[in-house]
Design a protein around this ligand. Sequence first.
Ligand code: NAD
Length: 414
Amino acid sequence: MEVNPLAVAQQQLDMAAEKLQLDPKIHAILREPMRVMEVNVPVKMDDGTVRVFKGYRSQHNDAIGPAKGGIRFHPDVTMDEVKALSMWMTFKCGVLGLPYGGGKGGVVVDPKTLSQAELERLSRAYIAAIAPIVGPEKDIPAPDVNTNSQIMAWMMDEFSKVKGGVTSPGVVTGKPIIVGGSLGRTEATGRGCAIIIREAAKRLGIKLQGATAAVQGFGNVGSATAQFLAQAGVKIIAVTKSDGGIVKHDGIDPDALLEFRKKTGNIKGFPGSSPISNAELLTLDCDILVLAALENQITKENAGQVRARLIAEGANGPTTPEADAILAQRGITLAPDILVNAGGVTVSYFEWVQNLMNYYWTAEEVNSRLERKMVEAFEAVYEMSQKYQVTLRMAAYMVSIARLAEAIKARGWV
Ligand code: NAD
């Protein structure tokens, strides 16, 4: 049976609310997004026909600040999915202590079926349709599945036009540098992921120098995480992509692997390596397992065979709730997605701050601020997990929900 993502997000909230003995009035506010907009946008196709695309924007909660979250272009987008993703964004921003609530948007479309010109017209039409509810002080979208910096540039341009020529770089993040993007954004998620691994490893007594790691997914997040871990002395022994990957017990140099992939178009055949399947990577004997591909990878079927001591969720939702329970019971520490991969939204926050100031930081400034934010977030989550004797995932939800509850009370909503 298809799992309803909104039901899952609500269940996670319910569990954290119980542990925190959350005021039921606040709990009720947080169970649903505060605002959801559905739009149906007509777009002229290259052949002269018109297609009407359905899109959504959900704003979960703005007690702490404006909504923040990506826009995805995907044929499977539903209103409930967008609502759930906006709720997770509230929790992610809350863990990091960013002055944001959660938002998420989506358009039901397979962008592969569109020409570049059609994609541009759709991007412009969608942001114009949701313009009444977005803006630098209301809700700040960003890239997500199948959207990128070019699409953000079009959206920023269109929004600026809708607002009568008020240049509004702060309406979206993830823009190209030339129109207000931030240095350090591309590798921010991987950098944050490596910082959390370092902090968690410290608590577990794992020395990074000489520790072994397996990385599932070698895209933006996986490859940057592997590079930062290797720089810290971790031996990357296996890497996979969607069609499998490689294992090399004396260590893979991620920079050399990226070069190899650039030349050959694949990671398979990397000198000195042997092939490995995705299923094998997940149960490999190693200290650290990085999940940086997609959802539902560690399930009740394979959680019993995982041999890593520390799992880091670079991807969103790679571990099912049943698997979570099995891992916890086996004493395997799992650093959860809303903490581990929050480096991306943190540097998006820095991008927005720079846009509002119209003053731009160096890469070093961005990276050192990211380092500080990630370490503070880890410490808050770790402390909560110790205090209530709960997993890091539960603790991350609790940190976030406790902050939201405080803001809701301070504003006088309950
Ligand atoms: P990406 O498209 O750059 O990379 C995804 C990688 O996963 C690719 O190498 C792909 O081959 C691999 N992959 C796909 N299916 C796989 C499978 N079954 N087994 C192994 N590998 C597989 O995407 P990304 O930006 O690196 O995002 C990865 C995950 O991290 C997603 O869940 C995304 O939502 C999450 N995330 C990304 C960011 C960001 O800033 N990019 C921020 C937060 C969360």
